[in-house]
Design a protein around this ligand. Structure first.
Ligand SMILES: NC(=O)c1ccc[n+]([C@@H]2O[C@H](COP(=O)([O-])OP(=O)(O)OC[C@H]3O[C@@H](n4cnc5c(N)ncnc54)[C@H](OP(=O)(O)O)[C@@H]3O)[C@@H](O)[C@H]2O)c1
Length: 250
């Protein structure tokens, strides 16, 4: 079930957190992976090498996806690595939670440039490679904050709402050849919200607000991505899969 044996894919934001867990899951499912992060640190390269097993393998690439020229160069390098991609997971993202009166141009540009334009340029750049696949599939990573408002971080929330409509519009435009779906995580313990889960009051607030009673882990998200990329999801496109411990129910 949910095998990706022989498939080749690209995962962005794969050096840490959710993207790293997705890479581990997809390599275990048999995929060969191009992993992207902003910085090609030695630990990231070592992580990619650690996925070279009998079932999967991986290669690390570094560059700023918020910069369209860099993003295009990265996709060209990925194309030299593999002329075919069976899937893309556009997961790279950044967060800032400023009150609206304090949002500077740099924050707006970082949120929209990385989370929204970066994801679009990644998918757009990968389209010729996905065209060579018989199983082409894309998963975008949004957030519970795409549909549930929170105080502060309007640029972040706007970018994630944009991701969900981007996925639906791409799903329509690229059908029947490419399936496009979204995974929307709730609160996950990663570097992105370290300040939150290390603060006892906020940690308890999230635990109380989440019907399943705990913060999510990156490994809670990865199997949902694997499912959506697999042949078992062959008739699913344009869907948003909330993986949020029930947070979005209220
Ligand atoms: N954590 C949560 O609670 C949560 C909840 C909902 C949705 N999400 C979403 O899930 C995704 C992953 O979040 P996370 O918590 O795993 O974040 P994280 O731990 O902060 O990791 C972010 C990843 O994205 C990469 N990245 C950031 N900016 C980039 C850029 N401009 N160009 C290329 N790569 C870039 C980072 O690379 P470097 O290591 O090189 O910086 C890193 O690999 C994001 O889209 C986030 O919005 C997270």
């Amino acid at each position: 079930m949910f095998s990706l044996k022989g498939r080749v894919g690209l995962v962005t934001g794969a050096s840490r957190g959710i993207g790293r867990a997705i890479a581990i899951e997809l390599a275990a499912a048999g995929a060969r992976l191009a992993l992207l992060a902003r910085t090609l640190r030695p630990d990231f390269q070592e992580f990619a090498r650690s996925l070279d097993t009998t079932t999967g393998s991986a290669r690390a690439f570094g560059g700023d996806l918020s910069d369209p020229a860099t993003s295009s160069g990265l996709l060209q390098r990925v194309r030299r690595w593999s002329p075919r991609l069976d899937f893309v997971v556009a997961n790279a993202g950044v967060y800032a939670g400023s009150a609206s009166r304090d949002v500077e141009e740099s924050e707006w540009d970082a949120m929209l440039g990385t989370n929204l334009r970066g994801a679009f340029r990644t998918v757009q750049g990968a389209l010729p490679l996905l065209g060579a696949s018989s199983y082409a599939s894309v998963v975008l990573v949004s957030s519970i904050l795409a549909t549930r408002a929170s105080v502060g971080g309007v640029p972040y929330q706007s970018s994630k709402a944009g991701i969900e409509q981007m996925a639906r519009a791409l799903a329509l435009e690229l059908a029947p050849h490419v399936r496009v779906n979204t995974v929307a995580p709730g609160f996950i313990r990663t570097d992105m919200n370290r300040g939150g889960h290390e603060d006892p009051a906020f940690r308890r607030h999230v635990e109380r607000a989440t019907p399943l009673g705990r913060w999510g882990e990156s490994s809670d998200i990865a199997p949902a991505v694997r499912f959506l990329l697999s042949d078992e999801a062959a008739w699913i496109t344009g869907a948003v899969l909330l993986v949020d411990g029930g947070l979005g129910l209220e």
